[in-house]
Design a protein around this ligand. Structure first.
Ligand SMILES: Cc1cc2nc3c(=O)[nH]c(=O)nc-3n(C[C@H](O)[C@H](O)[C@H](O)COP(=O)(O)OP(=O)(O)OC[C@H]3O[C@@H](n4cnc5c(N)ncnc54)[C@H](O)[C@@H]3O)c2cc1C
Length: 389
């Protein structure tokens, strides 16, 4: 198995996690990314303990302590009165309970640290400007065509090309991603532009009928990242990730507590975006012959539990371990899919149903001890580097 030729299509976080794990387990995968350079959206990402375990296994422990923030807790507060309705412990208590920290990081920092490590391990493994177009599977080989007319033959293809995966549409006959009726607004604000009250408590979610607004510190407290959700039945705009004005944000959140409205006013307009939120129904299989799906390509989910990247990182860790433990490619892909599918599909479905825990009609009745969340569902209690596969 050592000399097999593995292609990973897509150099997002999931594709890079898969590549790093395969490298760690003795393989030489190649990553093909459509973009001419690796760029990540200017936004924050929460890294829950299950995901931290995965990233540490891949060799990113020092990067996390250098670039990520550890919140001591996350508050849930009323959108209008600002009253604190609940608190989740996140600092040392979380580390003691799960053996790993809960982090908050700028996506660009994590992407850069992952790609630097990948290329340090193997300087020739990353191919930018390679957009997947088509594939053909014959005699246990997969021939792949890229837009620049490059054709290559592989023993295995791992599709990590995101929610709109072109590989997925070639191997499964199914509907496109569906708009879920939810949009997310995102922004970044320098902390020194804000009063102390605006960032107290530093990490928290404001909850309201049909809306929620989460904000937290990244870059060692120098930036506040926010992501806000509203329900909107139709999406009539061009594209699914577009710039947004202060006026639109203020029309949604202008009458909210100053922790929110002052944050929006201070945000530079070039840092404001909105995304239409899509997902897909769970698949009952991810693998066809020597081609498999991973990350959002396999299980794109709504961001209400902040678990999408975490699931892709877990997938990545497990696929590397599966290739080391298996005797042949089919066995490796079977081990990977069997270990991952039920958990990822469960989280996909729960990410739909947990939207309303925050966006309920009576936020004042919020009771932290009664709501389902990523922690109460036991999702933090998973160690991708150790679970039996
Ligand atoms: C508003 C919002 C907030 C979120 N917050 C969190 C959070 O706090 N924590 C968390 O864990 N998750 C979060 N998520 C989810 C997370 O962002 C995604 O699950 C994660 O980025 C998926 O990574 P991926 O690598 O699978 O896919 P992607 O990041 O989409 O990467 C796919 C890669 O494939 C490339 N590609 C696409 N097509 C081709 C092609 N034809 N050929 C070659 N390359 C191709 C793309 O350029 C891209 O680089 C959030 C999501 C949203 C929308």
């Amino acid at each position: 198995m050592e000399n097999i030729n593995i292609a990973i299509i897509g150099g997002g976080m999931s594709g890079m996690a898969a590549a790093l794990s395969l490298q760690k387990n003795g393989f030489k995968p190649n990553v093909y990314e459509q973009a001419p350079e690796l760029t990540e959206l200017g936004a924050g990402l929460t890294i829950s303990p299950n995901s931290t375990h995965g990233l540490e296994y891949l060799g990113l422990k020092e990067s996390l302590s250098a670039y990520a923030d550890i919140p001591s807790d996350q508050a849930i507060f009323h959108y209008n009165t600002g009253e604190i309705l609940g608190k989740r412990m996140r600092g040392e208590e979380t580390r003691d309970l799960y053996g790993a920290y809960y982090y908050q990081i700028h996506r660009a920092d994590l992407q850069r640290e992952m790609s630097n490590l990948l290329v340090r391990n193997d300087p020739n493994c990353l191919f930018l400007n390679h957009s997947f177009v088509d594939l053909k599977q014959e005699n246990k080989k997969v021939e792949v065509l890229f837009t620049n007319n490059v054709r290559k033959s592989f023993d295995v293809v791992i599709a990590a090309d995101g929610i709109r995966s072109s590989v997925r549409s070639k191997i499964f006959d199914e509907e496109k991603p569906q708009y879920t009726g939810n949009i997310a607004y995102r922004g970044l604000v320098k902390t020194d532009k804000l009063s102390k009250d605006t960032v107290t408590p530093p990490s928290g979610v404001a909850i309201a009928p049909k809306k929620a607004f989460a904000r937290y510190l990244i870059r060692k407290g120098n930036l506040v990242n926010f992501v806000a959700f509203v329900q909107r039945p139709g999406w009539n705009e061009e594209g699914w990730n577009i710039r947004v004005t202060h006026d639109e944000l203020m029309s949604e959140f202008g009458d909210w507590h100053p922790r929110i409205s002052d944050l929006i006013k201070a945000a530079p307009k070039e840092n404001l975006f909105k995304w239409a939120l899509y997902d897909r129904d769970p698949l009952d299989k991810w693998t066809v012959g020597n081609i498999t799906l991973l990350g959002d390509a396999a299980h794109p989910m709504l961001p209400f539990m902040g678990m999408g990247a975490a699931m892709g990182i877990e997938d990545g860790v497990i696929i590397g371990r599966a290739f080391r433990e298996a005797n042949n490619i089919n066995d490796a892909l079977k081990k990977y899919e069997n270990a991952r599918k039920d958990r990822a599909n469960f989280v996909l479905l729960k990410s739909r149903s947990t939207r309303d825990r925050f966006q309920s009609d009576s936020p004042e009745k919020y009771d932290e001890s009664k709501v389902e969340n990523e922690e109460s569902l036991g999702l933090f209690n998973y160690k991708p580097h150790e679970v039996q596969i």
